[in-house]
Write a protein that binds this ligand. Sequence first.
Ligand code: ADP
Length: 887
Amino acid sequence: MYSLKRNAMKNGIDIILENSVDLIFIFDSKGIITNASKSVQKVLGYSEKDLVGKEFIDFIYPTDILAYNRNLKEVFAGKELSDITTRCLSSTGKLICLNWSLGLITDSRKIIGIARDITESKIFNEEKSEQNLRLQNIMDHSPDLIWSVDRELRLIQGNKAFIQTLKRINNWNVQTGDFLLSTEYFSEEYIQFWSTQYSKALAGKKVTLEINAEDSNENPNTYFETKINPIKEDGEIIRLACFSRDITEKKLAEKKIQELNQRLIKGQEISKVGYWETDLKNNTVFWSQEMYNIWGIKNTSKKIPFDFFFASIHPDDRQNFLYHRNRALTKEKDLDIVYRIKLSDDTIKYIHEIGERVISIKDNKQVFRGTAQEVTREKETEIQLKDRNLFIESTLNSLPIGIAVIKISDGEPTYMNEAFEKIYGWPKEDLIEAESFFNKVYPDPNYRETIKKNIIEDIQSGDLARMIWKGVEITTKTGEKKIVNAKNIPVPELNLIISTVTDDTERSLAENELKEMNERYKLVSEATNDAIWDWDIQKNIHFWGDGFSKLFGVDLNAKKNSPEEWSSRIHSDDKDRVLKFLEDLLMDPSRNDFRIEYRFYRSSGSYAEVLDTGKIIRDKSGKAMRLVGAVQDITERKEYEKSLQNLNETLQKANRELELSNKELEQFAYVASHDLQEPLRMISSFLGLIEKKYNGQLDEKGKRYIHFAVDGAKRMRQIIMDLLEFSQLDRILESKDWVSSKEIVSTAMLFQKKNIESKDAQIHLDSLPEIYGHRNSLIQLFQNLISNSLKYQEPTQLPEIWIGGKELDNEWEFFVKDNGIGIENEYLEKIFIMFQRLHTQETYSGTGIGLAICKKIVEIHQGEIWVTSQPGNGSTFYFTLKKPKIQ
Ligand code: ADP
């Protein structure tokens, strides 16, 4: 169904396209013609094949294309356009003016254009008359004389140049309608001549004249080319269009050419340039005599067949020759080629040939013509020169010196070797132009300006010595900094400067480093208190720094630069040892460190103790080349060391003595307490016996005395026991260990259990940390403190005790606090001294050793013990125990 309808449609369109008077076009979305009515073919003069499938703009007059494209776009955007004028070119080149309506065929994205040919219409004619105006305008601006006359030779129209010329030469204000050959203005002869020419034209002939206006009073030798053309209308000649141009220059040029031609022919003979001309139709060549001469063949006056000529070309050059000849024949490029020919005697000649395809003026035929010249000598010299240049260039390129050859006149380099680019680190293109060279190589504007200024001034000075620039800092493309030395060598007779450059970076760096090192060395030698020296072993020169003058009073100005001066100052007792050490060291390539102490002579007469240290610098073979070092005055240090040693010895002695006396004391205490026990026991037991046996006989007094005696013995025993214990504290055999202070406190309390219970005392325990120490002695410590807290109480008071401890940074701190009688301020320290008691036996019994034992135990643990108290308000005993270094 659909296809049927489409077919019907198609037929309908075809019929319209076939018969429409209007021009109907259908374009696709790209502006390509898909259909064109018969009328289109008729008006534009193209066949359907020429039109369909082509872009319509191919047919549009160029100045109208832009507007047409714009219109097309608008139509695609959905606009309907009408009354658009577009000019097209017909197949015969005629301008056809079309008046259009354009619109979109909605369902197929195509455009239908319906146009009417209005070329002949009024609008177009109006344009034409406008064109006439333009033409008149152009004519008036033409330097040529343009005029037209009617059959009666009356002026119809003349351009400005024509009218002005008549005015100037004949003082005639010619007007339209004036008879041109008036006797009033022209001679008989002139009128005769011109009337003949006009008559010829009126008879239908196109007249072309060349007039030498010799008689003209203005320019006696002026040439005019004049054309008179008959204009017909309806087969009748109705007027003459005349045109006259001043061809004086052309004429003179022609004359010159003629002369030149003469000279050329002569020149050909002299310069041995041959002329040839190829007849392209029959492929033959005309040769001038010189061609025969070059080719070494006889002139037979016959034309040379091209094949003969081609065979004479060296086989290796034939292909190239054909290629260039074809390019010249197709007018792509005129012939200009050098090729070799091989003569019958095998001689090789180089020919330089130039040629072009032109239309001969003679017969309007295409000819290919040119000249040939033998250039064998030049070519050979050129080859030699090339070889030489190649040699020079490769030599220059392999040089490590950068070379550029620069024209003095414009500063442009004519040559640059590879090293030049490499050293500056920029490609040639960046270095060629002076401005770019400076900008790139010296990116820092300040530095650039200074360098530029210096270089320009130096060059201008003409002083050769100033053409060398050392230590110039340049920057490469990669931003690397380099130090270069540059030198310019002017060769004015060749208008050249040879600019050379060498990379001095490494040497300069090394030099700088050396300089810096020397400066550092100088600074160090100035700053140090040591005497610095440098011994060039090979040259046997001894350099001494200022230190020798400062330390040893050496007069450096009067110094002889020899090592003997050094050895002569060494103390005679040390000299052999020092020199032997040095000698051994120098001989042993595996050792480089010189270090020895000796006594060195001061100019003031005394000897200094010195430490001399140095390093050997050896060459590759291990030979000692240099020895560099410093002498240090260590007299004071030595003396200090000595006094320290003395002190140490004294101390050690005192220590030993102390140790001895301590030991003796302990021994004594031990022995004394041991040995005292026995008689004391005897006293007690005999007193007991007396009491028992004589109980009935003793009166109260006697009984009391015995009781005192027994009590005294008991106390004495206690003192002895306590002393014994104290004396044994230093000999704790038990090792330190981690123990719980809580456990220690409870053990101590266990020992005091009876005491606590009998006194109805209360004990409060605070936190008790894990500690490190001698377990048994710590139990003793707590036991003593607890027992004191229980003891030193008002009789009516129920004792209360607080015990606790905490961990600090470097130690543990404990306290034992009571609500007892307290201690007067002045006794706070004394009570830790042995036998120091504040009360009588009657009030509070004791030996006065308990706290001394406590103190000793704390000291064994590297701690401290102290007490705070307010009399009547209880006391708090504190002590610390040092923590072990590594827990
Ligand atoms: P002793 O208790 O055997 O006299 P110590 O060396 O233990 O000997 O004590 C020395 C003295 O310090 C005591 O005599 C006492 O005067 C005083 N003292 C010790 N502990 C306390 C305490 N908790 N309260 C008051 N005074 C004390």
